[in-house]
Write a protein that binds this ligand. Structure first.
Ligand SMILES: [Cu+2]
Length: 172
């Protein structure tokens, strides 16, 4: 993903109000401004298998039970490309789909590429996992278990902390 220019607080509020389910462009039209461009603190790995490290997973507490989005970063320390083909969040939703944003419009994708010696970043305004028809309302401070299915590395289980709606990660 390319780094987007500072877009300001108004955009953040708009995204939060619209949530992941905002029809049209409002919910996915922009990215929150990055808090800092100076060397961010290195996040603690949440899970690691083979050459893949899952960093900084989070699920903002959704305003309604219809839909939630979750985000994380995958760091690939190896020389080979991998792909995230599927995600399950069995305790929260039977419908987890992968999306991205193109030309300010949310589009569903079949998966994400994890480049060699690179990172896959999911964040507001960009790649995200969307969960619909939630079985329960996630509570801030709790967590949900997600299983990520990578084509080459296989399954990685990740505990995803539920954070406040206003949470912005310090580093992607
Ligand atoms: Cu979405």
């Amino acid at each position: 993903m390319t780094t987007t220019p500072m877009t300001g607080v108004a955009v953040i509020v708009l995204i939060l109000a619209a949530g992941c389910g905002g029809s049209g462009t409002a919910g996915h039209g922009g990215s929150p401004s990055r808090a800092s461009v100076a060397a961010p603190a290195r996040a603690t790995p949440a899970a690691s298998v083979g050459n893949l490290v899952i960093m900084q997973p989070y699920l903002p507490r959704p305003p309604v039970k219809d839909m939630a989005a979750l985000y994380f970063t995958v760091r690939n320390t190896g020389p080979g490309t991998d792909h995230l083909d599927r995600i399950e969040v069995a305790g929260l939703s039977s419908d987890a789909t992968m999306h991205t944003v193109r030309n300010h419009t949310m589009v569903r994708v079949r998966g994400y590429r994890v480049p060699p010696h690179g990172t896959l970043v999911l964040r507001r305004g960009g790649n995200h996992v969307m969960l619909t028809d939630l079985m329960q309302m996630p509570k801030a401070g709790g967590s949900v278990l997600a299983r990520l299915f990578f084509r080459h590395t296989g399954e990685i289980d990740v505990d995803i902390p539920v954070v406040s709606q206003t949470y912005v990660p310090s580093s992607p």
